[in-house]
Design a protein around this ligand. Structure first.
Ligand SMILES: Nc1nc2c(ncn2[C@@H]2O[C@H](COP(=O)(O)OP(=O)(O)OP(=O)(O)O)[C@@H](O)[C@H]2O)c(=O)[nH]1
Ligand SMILES: [Mg+2]
Length: 658
């Protein structure tokens, strides 16, 4: 931890720092990529960036250090990711802020500009998404805006690199906006009083005083580090006094003053003309979250996903890789080479035997899971770029309300279908710790990640539609019942639902390719070593005759309760490392005819609910602490087998054919 911050200091002290700041989903990460040449994830929903990224840029012989930050709605942070951004301003004082903005919503933009101005930080304003503003008939008089704010204002269309040159050169002309908000006299009086007590910091005393008056809880830590406890008491006393003397809530009054100021400026510079285009997409955007029409849209999306990932990826591609590439070429060749070169029987078996690294680990990883995950990543990237995901969140808001969660929580869950580990990080956009705990738990329990989902879809498509529906129903039931119970058990406030809905956009091919390539690389780096490790463990267990013992030990659960053959224990052992690897083991068993249809289905439900993979487990520790992480595993593990057992019992007692 320490060395990390030291490294940051060393890196940043040499160069002037530029912070990209703006509302969520306005194109900061695209701009960051343009400026630094470094790709960071770009998606069409708010909350894509939850941690800062660093890069460098040189301009006229000088080097600058650029940071991409999570989107913020206000510099009074409401959630973990917003706080990261505020802290960059508060603690690191950048040399320049580039505020990236959505031209479609100048008022929201200026609300932030005014706060940066108040802090006294030099900035330039980049009015991005000029294309979409034009489609909607929104014309901004940038010259006038430049005069009012007294800063550089440029317009860009980031994905087309339009306006990028101007943006680059604007960096050379930083200035502090001259605009200032005047709060009601009483508040101004207290701003003065509080300012007098505050130390000289990275940002203006005035802005700190306003934060204190707004009751910014997240400021406590900084205050504690910079002021004596008596001084803090004094501050709190002044704040309370101000609140008593004002009739309405001080934070609301401050906010209102800002809104009025932003509104005033907006009125002076924005002109509306009849919209030019974008009607089709806006129609699509509307029906895809309509309470009735949204459902057929969802079904179409799911069907397309099933066909592309389940049938094409897990069927056609896997068949080709597994039967042809590995079955006919790589595995026989590897066996020959190993037989020739490796004289030791033990090592030979380790490489190409029944639990061989090539014949099992690499075959599973490259021939089965890779084609499936790659197709899933492509499909998911298209969904991410289209703007459909936040609409899905709106659609499911009602259902999630029953669970005592708001629709914003759905977004991390949907992202969990891509990768549970990333989704746990995204849950930082949620405002309460309670919601984060519940979501993290549900992710660990019932949300299969892309790799796993792909393998599962592949197996299901070999069974029947009926089996698919039963699987979906089981997972949803477990999800909702445990979500409901969790929301009763985990204490804390419920938060309101607020999610910015971006417009539907045509996914950009380049972004999809770069993103998919990045994710495939990540999969290969993270998963393959674990697969090799897992296979090696199985190999050793087999050699030591421990595998049979373990299978016997597990058999009361695996065989008697869940009704599966003993050999599936191997898959569950692999599942401890990664659930998708376990699923791949089941996939092969089903292919070989070692599982009946009912057994396939039951084992799929069990492995879906099975404990979170190692990477996920570590992220849960990092974000929530060891105690919560262990507690989650302890709950999830038996729940998985109990659910599998229940399904098995129902299917066999009722003689359901699948
Ligand atoms: N039409 C259009 N789309 C844009 C423009 N700039 C960015 N986008 C799209 O807007 C979406 C959001 O871009 P990001 O760079 O991820 O936004 P961000 O500000 O980093 O978002 P967060 O990290 O979630 O705060 C992506 O789908 C981009 O392709 C633009 O100028 N015009
Ligand atoms: Mg971003």
């Amino acid at each position: 931890m320490h060395s990390h911050t030291d490294k940051n200091k060393a890196r940043t002290s040499r160069y002037d720092r530029i912070a990209l700041i703006g509302n969520p989903n306005v194109g900061k990460s695209v701009i960051f990529g343009l400026l630094t040449g470094k790709y960071v994830t770009v998606s069409n929903y708010p909350g894509t960036t939850v941690e800062v990224s660093h890069g460098n840029i040189s301009l006229e012989g000088r080097k600058y250090h650029v940071v991409d930050t999570p989107g913020v709605n206000s510099l009074i942070p409401m959630s973990e990711d917003e706080r990261v951004t505020r802290d960059i301003l508060l603690k690191e004082r950048p040399f320049l802020v580039i505020q990236v903005a959505d031209s479609k919503n100048l008022k929201r933009t200026l609300l932030l500009t005014l706060q940066i101005a108040e802090m006294g930080i030099p900035m330039v304003l980049d009015l991005n998404m000029e294309d979409e503003a034009r489609d909607r008939g929104i014309i901004i008089n940038t010259q006038k805006l430049r005069e009012i704010l007294n800063i550089e204002v440029v317009t860009t269309i980031a994905p087309q690199r339009k306006g990028f040159k101007e943006l680059r050169t604007s960096i050379l002309r930083p200035s502090v906006p001259s605009i200032q908000i005047n709060y009601p006299p009483m508040i101004e009086e207290y701003i003065k009083k509080i300012s007098a007590l505050l130390p000289e910091g990275a940002i203006s005393r005035r802005s700190l005083a306003v934060m204190v008056l707004s009751g910014d809880e997240s400021l406590k830590e900084w205050l504690a580090g910079n002021l004596s406890s008596e001084m803090i008491k004094e501050l709190e006393h002044l704040r309370d006094e101000c609140q008593i003397r004002m009739q309405d809530d001080v934070a609301t009054i401050i906010n209102k003053a800002r809104l009025d100021a932003a509104d005033n400026v907006t009125k002076g510079v924005v002109r509306k003309i009849p919209p030019e285009g974008g009607r089709f997409f806006s129609f699509l955007g509307k029906i895809s979250m309509h309470p009735v029409w949204g459902i057929p849209v969802l079904l179409v999306v799911l069907f397309a996903l099933y066909e592309f990932v389940g049938v094409f990826g897990a069927g056609v591609l896997v068949n080709f890789f597994e039967k042809t590439i590995f079955g006919e070429y790589i595995n026989p060749m590897a066996s020959k080479v190993v037989a020739l070169l490796v004289p030791v029987q033990f090592i030979r078996e380790m490489l190409v035997g029944e639990y061989g690294i090539v014949t099992v680990a690499l075959t599973y990883a490259i021939a089965i899971i890779l084609p499936i995950t790659a197709t899933f990543f492509i499909a998911f990237a298209i969904l991410e770029d289209s703007g459909y995901l936040p609409r899905l969140a709106i659609m499911s808001n009602k259902v999630f309300n029953i669970m005592g969660l708001n629709g914003k929580a759905v977004l991390p869950m949907i992202l969990g279908l891509g990768c549970g580990t990333m989704a746990v990080m995204t849950s930082r956009i949620l405002e309460s710790r309670r919601d984060r705990i519940i979501i993290t738990f549900l992710l660990a329990l019932a949300i299969p990640c892309s790799a796993q989902l792909g393998v599962i879809l592949g197996m299901l498509s070999a069974l029947s539609y009926k089996a698919t529906i039963i699987w979906v129903a089981c997972i949803l039931i477990v999800l909702f019942v445990s979500g409901y119970l969790a929301s009763k058990v985990v204490k804390g406030e419920r938060t309101d639902f607020f999610l910015e809905i971006p417009p539907i956009r045509k996914p950009a091919l380049m972004n999809i390719l770069v993103k998919t390539a990045g994710r495939v690389e990540w999969y290969l780096k993270e998963a393959v070593p674990l697969f090799i490790l897992g296979t090696f463990i199985l190999f050793l267990l087999h050699k030591l005759n421990m595998l049979a013992v373990l299978e016997k030990v597990a058999s009361p659960v695996v065989v008697n309760l869940v009704g599966l053959p003993e050999k599936t224990t191997e898959s569950f052992i692999l599942g401890f490392l990664r659930r998708d690897y376990g699923a791949a083991g089941l996939f092969i068993m089903a292919e070989k005819g070692l599982l009946t249809h009912v057994q396939s289905l039951v084992s799929l439900v069990t492995i879906t609910l099975f404990i979170p993979c190692l990477a996920n487990f570590f992220v849960i520790i990092k974000e929530m602490g060891l105690k919560i992480a262990v507690a989650m595993v302890i709950i999830v593990f038996p729940l998985a087998f109990l659910s599998g057992g229940a399904l098995n019992w129902i299917l066999t007692t009722l003689h359901v054919a699948v």
